[in-house]
Design a protein around this ligand. Structure first.
Ligand code: ATP
Ligand code: MG
Length: 206
């Protein structure tokens, strides 16, 4: 029996992949909202290793991104963090993430959560057919990006879900931090403190 009182025979697990450089409240609201609407038992946050679409960009080291994700999710009993992507050598492909988590949870229904911008790249992802076999895909709305309903997506493979709009991006948080501007309330308090304690994003030339 789920927290909402519904009966599901299989465990229902959300997977929230991201660079999380840093994790922000937009990610957390997306995960929380999908968890509620889809009656999930757990949402696993999966910080990427080397994100395939960011190979040309500087990305903060994986341990810092992992720890910020742990801090941000610690207070939610349904949220957990997985190291599968940061422990797998090489570039991160979502299909590998799904295979690893499928192996860990052979009897669960998996729901891969993605924002409207990331789902637009879905057709460029590796082995999309296999990905759709491994998990349901849920695309959430994101301010500044086309609604998923206006995208060319494979028929019936990706659900669209409107969520409360938070116009927050990690890029914006990094820029603000690098200029000494406040990031309070854009990211959880512990993440604000982690950023300043470790001097993350201080050097914009990186
Ligand atoms: P960056 O600016 O560095 O790309 P980001 O804010 O886009 O960071 P990512 O780690 O790239 O964050 O995103 C992880 C996932 O979260 C993606 O699927 C993305 O679409 C989704 N996402 C990020 N921010 C939001 C938001 N404000 N609302 C809804 N979805 C979001
Ligand atoms: Mg992004």
């Amino acid at each position: 029996r789920s927290a909402r009182g519904n009966w599901h025979t299989r465990k229902r697990i959300g997977i929230m992949g991201g660079t999380f450089d840093p994790i922000h409240n937009g990610h957390l609201v997306a995960a929380s909202e999908v968890s509620w609407v889809y009656d999930l038992d757990e949402v696993i946050f999966v910080p990427t290793g080397r994100p395939v679409f960011k190979l040309d960009k500087h990305v903060t080291n994986a341990e810092d991104r992992y720890l910020m994700t742990v801090i941000a999710t610690a207070s939610n009993s349904k949220f957990t963090v997985s190291r599968v992507d940061i422990d797998r050598p090489g570039v991160t492909y979502t299909v590998d993430t799904l295979r690893d988590l499928r192996r860990q949870y052979p009897d669960a229904d998996l729901f891969f959560i993605t924002g409207a911008d990331a789902v637009a790249e879905i057709m460029q992802w590796k082995d999309t057919e296999t990905m759709f076999d491994l998990a349901h895909f849920v695309a959430v709305t994101r301010p500044g990006y086309l609604p998923a309903s206006q995208m060319q997506l494979p028929e019936g493979k990706v659900d669209m879900l409107e969520i409360p709009a938070l116009a927050i991006s990690s890029t914006d948080v990094r820029n603000r931090a690098s200029h000494g501007e406040p990031v309070w309330y854009l990211v959880p308090d512990g993440v604000v403190q982690y950023i300043s304690k470790h001097g993350l994003y201080a050097d914009t030339s990186k």
